[in-house]
Design a protein around this ligand. Structure first.
Ligand code: AMP
Ligand code: GLY
Length: 426
């Protein structure tokens, strides 16, 4: 098969790495890819947002399957265009991708189908937004309705902070994406990244994962796209997984199909494990990044048939096998992140790090310059390791991190801490 993966992050490196191991693969392309992806796929210089050029390339090369990594091209309708060209695609239609593209749509969908989420209101005027915030009190969460590159959520500790965030967003902070706001109840608890392959009707849950969203150790500091992940999540047992599938996932999947916008691809539920049970705080229409890195590190089955079965609508009776080993991914980011990152600095020691047992270094924002590997983004590397426990995987990941010579990069030193504390208590 000829496969084209769309995207340029660590998630897409992990997908390309897994797909490249498939005996079914003839040729792998990635648009636009990055310095690490270039080692397993042919990178082509087309951005994911350039929908027509992606479709044109897929036609020209007679691609059999297009796998769309990021949300922006999905929300813009890339899957629809690829399908209209008669090419198989893994990823939801524009109508189904609205589950991530509009938080108001997502909240209303959950309400229609009785899925537990935070209590909320939708606002386009600051007066009504402010009155709602004052009536509910803090902490409270202010969200831009549309896509905002992971920056459109403010978890406000005070009423004043929430009002200021709402005012700034409605004044056009994120353009059309923040013309409407969702303001919702703060949900206390532990966050879980729950991924499910969905073929329109049938669901196949993947292994569980948890992400560290804050930039500093101890889960402090501003939010990022994710500073590190681990899998499996020791917070989820078989009974909780069943509850999540029955109460949170299946009603949404069935509801979307019944409403004429069946979801096909990977549905990633952001779930808060609250004292009142699991509740949705967001839905994404794609793999988490860096959740995908730990999932691919643990996936034992061939990924490619699973993607095809999802696209073909035949996930019933399909199964995936996972390694018993845990996996940890430590993100190395460029100085400045999550603000403006320093670009163009050289990274050395990647071969040494990647040669450690159980270690794979996924590239997120790198660019090759002759023989040199340069940083070219905020999150730059995802140093991923497997081990018999989360603690063992973490130790291997940090051993590899310490072999990477990159003075202008940084990482958290405590990825997986919650799981490791649980392991110690056992
Ligand atoms: P999102 O961009 O929707 O992933 O939200 C970013 C982060 O904000 C999440 O990872 C959570 O940590 C936090 N968050 C979002 N919604 C809520 C909520 N209702 N209660 C508490 N935290 C939330
Ligand atoms: N790691 C969180 C996300 O991809 O949204």
């Amino acid at each position: 098969m000829k496969v084209l993966v769309v995207g340029s992050g660590g998630r897409e490196h992990a997908l390309c790495w897994a797909i490249s191991a498939s005996p079914l693969l003839e040729q792998l392309y990635c648009a636009p890819g990055n310095g690490g992806i270039a080692e397993v796929a042919t990178c082509i210089d087309i951005k994911g947002e350039d929908l027509d050029s992606i479709v044109g390339f897929a036609r020209e090369k007679a691609i059999d399957l297009v796998v769309v990594g990021p949300e922006v091209p999905l929300v813009a309708g890339l899957a629809d265009k690829v399908a209209a060209a008669g090419i198989k695609v893994f990823g939801p239609s524009r109508q189904a991708a609205m589950i991530e593209g509009s938080k108001a749509f997502m909240k209303d969908l959950c309400t229609r189908h009785g899925v537990p989420t935070a209590a909320y209101g939708e606002f386009t005027e600051i007066g009504a937004a402010e009155a709602f915030i004052r009536s509910r009190g803090a902490p409270i969460v202010v969200k831009a309705d549309g896509l905002a590159a992971g920056k459109g959520v403010v978890v406000a500790a005070t009423v004043e902070e929430a009002v200021a965030a709402a005012r700034e967003m409605l004044a056009g902070q994120f353009g059309a994406s923040s013309a409407k706001l969702v303001i919702e109840e703060f949900l206390p608890g532990e966050e879980l990244s729950f991924h499910v392959l969905v073929d329109g009707r049938n669901c196949l849950p993947l292994a569980t994962a948890q992400d560290h969203k804050r930039v500093h150790d101890g889960d402090r500091g501003p939010n990022t796209g994710g500073m590190g992940t681990y899998s499996p999540s020791p917070a989820v047992d078989a009974a909780l997984e069943r509850e999540i599938m029955e109460r949170l996932i299946r009603p949404v999947v069935a509801g979307m199909a019944a409403e004429g916008r069946p979801f096909q691809g990977v549905l990633y539920a952001g779930i808060m494990l609250t004292p009142d049970g699991p509740k949705i705080y967001e839905f994404n229409c794609r793999f988490g990044d860096p959740e995908c890195q730990v999932l691919m590190a643990r996936l034992q089955s061939d990924l490619l048939p699973a993607l095809i079965a999802t696209a073909d609508g035949v996930l019933d009776h399909f199964d995936l096998r996972w390694r018993n080993d845990a996996a940890v991914c430590v993100v190395m980011a460029a100085d400045g992140y999550p603000g403006e990152p320093l670009r163009g600095t050289e990274i050395r020691g990647l071969d040494r790090a990647g040669a450690q047992p159980g270690v794979t270094v996924f590239h997120a924002g790198t660019k090759k310059d002759g023989n040199r590997m340069l940083a070219n983004g905020g999150r730059v590397l995802g140093v991923t390791a497997t081990g018999t426990t989360v603690a063992a995987a973490q130790a291997r990941a940090y051993q590899a991190v310490d072999l990477i010579d990159w003075p202008q990069g940084f990482c958290r030193r405590d990825i997986g801490w919650r799981a490791i504390e649980r392991e110690k208590r056992k």
